[in-house]
Ligand binder design. Structure first.
Ligand SMILES: Cc1cc2nc3c(=O)[nH]c(=O)nc-3n(C[C@H](O)[C@H](O)[C@H](O)COP(=O)(O)OP(=O)(O)OC[C@H]3O[C@@H](n4cnc5c(N)ncnc54)[C@H](O)[C@@H]3O)c2cc1C
Length: 287
């Protein structure tokens, strides 16, 4: 807060140490200095122009998925600002043709405030997959964003997150941020549907079960052999109506908020089944 100037007559001219006027000058100088160095709320990434990020790390996660970490150039007073669950658009190129694809930053402890990490599934013939496979460390990449309009909600008693494969990215970001909030009293449940080779973030999810209010179940499409951890539920069948019914049987359906992210086909099927369980469309948020 800007210091209030003393009245001139407050100085008694008798050489007090410290003099009230000197203290004021000193406080005013500090205030002005702090104002200059105060972090500005200027976002490094923009909705309308591309910002440059350096690729600084690539780590293989599962058979087909990789963590890619990108870092902004350091600019004083500028930050990377986005909400959990929002996505950025990456500009790729091939044969001088440009295209964009969406990716969702996920929270990783190692990331500094100017870097972000995405979990990417690389497809054999995918255009952006090919671009990402070929970019070298320290190369410049172009991004814009953030897009997406989900706002964290703490007013529900129960939240059910339903993800397909890397569709877990926005849901994981939201769950992490909710668990960080010590006053969150919502029970969070994640249903993760994927193939064994795409079973992403499993260790991270397992360690998150140390929070009293988080649990998850994995749904694999067929009976594949997989060793489950202590207290980890792995269903060797796809997520269908029966599992959703079993979940909703325990609660008042209207107390549950549902967040869904996956392919269009997966999302449509899931929403149809949710409606059969009595969930209203307004209770469902689709990423
Ligand atoms: C809002 C949003 C957020 C996203 N966030 C992420 C993210 O965090 N991580 C991530 O990995 N992806 C994410 N995606 C998907 C991503 O944008 C690309 O679509 C994906 O990486 C494939 O791009 P591509 O150019 O490599 O493949 P394309 O050239 O689009 O497709 C080539 C072939 O790959 C296969 N393919 C492509 N996409 C899929 C798919 N989803 N399911 C099955 N087969 C497919 C198909 O056979 C297709 O013919 C997100 C998409 C949206 C809309």
């Amino acid at each position: 807060m800007e210091p209030t100037p003393p009245n001139q007559e407050d100085c008694c001219n008798s050489g007090c140490n410290p003099c009230i006027l000197d203290v004021y000058e000193d406080q005013l100088k500090k205030y002005k200095k702090n104002q200059l160095s105060a972090p500005l709320n200027i976002n490094y990434i923009s909705l309308t122009t591309y910002a440059s990020f350096k690729l600084i790390k690539v780590i293989q996660h599962t058979q087909n998925t990789f963590f890619y970490t990108f870092q902004a150039l350091k600019v004083d007073g500028v930050r990377l600002i986005y909400k959990p669950g929002q996505h950025f658009l990456l500009k790729g190129s091939h044969d001088n043709k440009y295209f964009t694809k969406a990716y969702t930053p996920i929270p990783l402890r190692e990331d500094d405030p100017l870097s972000f990490t995405i979990l990417v599934k690389l497809y054999e013939t995918g255009r952006m997959s090919t671009y990402l496979k070929n970019i070298k460390l320290n190369s410049e990449t172009l991004w814009r964003g953030p897009y997406g309009h989900y706002d964290l909600e703490f007013n529900y008693r129960f939240m059910l997150f339903i993800a397909q494969g890397t569709g877990i990215a926005p849901l994981y970001a939201v769950i992490c941020r909710m668990l960080e909030n010590e006053s969150c009293e919502t029970f969070l449940k994640l249903f993760l549907c994927c193939r064994l080779g795409d079973l992403v973030l499993r260790n991270q999810l397992y360690s998150m079960t140390s929070f009293w209010n988080f649990t998850y179940e994995i749904f694999l499409p067929c009976a594949e052999f997989v060793r489950s951890n202590y207290n980890e539920t792995i269903n060797l069948f796809p997520l269908q109506l029966a599992s959703l019914r079993a979940y909703f049987d325990k609660f008042q359906v209207s107390d549950v908020r549902v967040l869904v992210c996956g392919s269009d086909a997966f999302t449509n099927d899931t929403i149809k089944n949710l409606i059969k369980c009595g969930v209203q469309s307004a209770q469902i948020f689709q990423f």
